[in-house]
Design a protein around this ligand. Structure first.
Ligand SMILES: [Zn+2]
Ligand SMILES: [Zn+2]
Length: 348
């Protein structure tokens, strides 16, 4: 079978290997669709500290089940989450599952960009395989993980009722975040984005205002108009840029929240006036990854028609052209969300 591998920084290569075999308690899945994530692009650039496995947003059809798996059957349409917490440590006991020390220890083999991948026993037994409702198409299935990350973030920041929310960087996850905030009851949602294509996707999803971040003062002016000069309840930094974090601290109201949602570069520093943050009571809350309950909740919102994801997929590229998929995903002016399709894609 074919699978994609990072051969060297900047080089992604399709290689052949024997199809993985499901051991006891494991399953294998034939790929239908797997989103290209910003972190995959960072890994390609050689910029991300975690393991080199790529592709973690896969939906597909169960190909084989190992001994002892009774909850899943061959042919099931599923979304698979690549990481799982232990549910046994002190961090998990506090509900901070994505910060469990063993959270990222398991992963798909060899990753989501493969004709077939193996799901480890930990993921299968701890509920990381979600059966898709027949109404959920493959492309939507591939957006469940990034949408789950946005939902987990929204839980961590405790969004107030009728909140005002501003998303800095309306890339694929920023767009998902903005839509989710809206569907969870935010009264006003705005955001910044350079790419007109992505601003248009935001406006289509009911976002109130989008501005080009290159226009000085435009974000502040839009927020001042919407909040009578108070600032927003929540500013979401959906890029990794430290200067954007600092900008966000100036856009929130007194005692407002800045959510660090995008992945910053290793070693990047925040240069902010700490006394100002202290006196204004600005809360800085990072959020990383997502949990099984939040993935199930995203799936439910989609099934109930309260969250639309599919139109964010601008390109579906076959696994055989993965380099083209990565090229497009790195071009905000050409693409919103890029999804890589596999052999199960044609099976509806
Ligand atoms: Zn992702
Ligand atoms: Zn744990």
């Amino acid at each position: 079978m074919r699978f994609a591998r990072l051969a060297a920084p900047g080089t992604i290569r399709l290689e052949e290997r024997p199809a993985p075999v499901a051991g006891p308690g494991e399953i294998t899945v034939d790929l239908a669709a797997c989103g290209v994530c910003g972190t995959d692009l960072e890994k390609l650039r050689g910029n991300y500290r975690t393991a080199g496995v790529i592709g973690h947003e896969p939906a597909g059809r169960v190909a084989t089940v190992g001994d002892g798996v009774d909850r899943l059957a061959v042919g099931d349409r599923v979304f698979v989450h690549h990481h799982v917490p232990c549910y046994a440590c002190e961090v998990c006991a506090r509900g901070d599952y994505t910060f469990c020390p063993t959270y990222s220890r398991t992963n798909l083999d060899p990753g989501g960009f493969a004709d077939t991948f193996r799901v480890p026993v930990e993921n299968v037994s701890r509920g990381a395989v979600l059966r898709l409702d027949p109404s959920v198409d493959w492309a939507t299935g591939a957006l469940i993980e990034p949408a789950g990350c946005a939902l987990t973030a929204l839980r961590r920041v405790h969004l107030p009722e009728r909140a005002s929310v501003f998303v800095l960087g309306l890339g694929p996850v920023g767009l998902l975040y903005a839509r989710l905030a809206r569907s969870l009851g935010a009264a006003w949602v705005g955001g910044t984005e350079i790419s007109p294509l992505r601003r248009e996707a935001a406006e289509r999803g009911g976002i109130d205002v989008t501005v080009d971040p290159r226009t000085p003062g435009a974000a502040k002016a839009a927020i001042d108009r919407a909040t009578e000069g108070r600032g927003v309840d929540l500013a979401v930094v959906a890029t990794g840029h430290p200067a954007v974090v600092r900008e966000a601290t100036g856009l929130v109201r007194r005692a407002g929240t800045v959510n660090l949602f995008g992945l910053p570069d290793a070693g990047s520093r925040l240069d902010a006036d700490l006394q100002e943050l202290y006196l204004r009571g600005v809360r800085l809350i990072p959020s990383y990854a997502t949990t099984e309950p939040d993935l199930a909740e995203v799936h439910r919102l989609v099934v109930e028609g309260r969250l639309t994801l599919k139109d964010l997929v601008s390109h579906e590229i076959p696994l055989g052209s993965i380099d083209e998929a990565f090229r497009l995903a790195g071009r905000p002016s050409e693409a919103v969300k890029v999804v890589v399709t596999g052999p199960a894609a044609g099976t509806g």
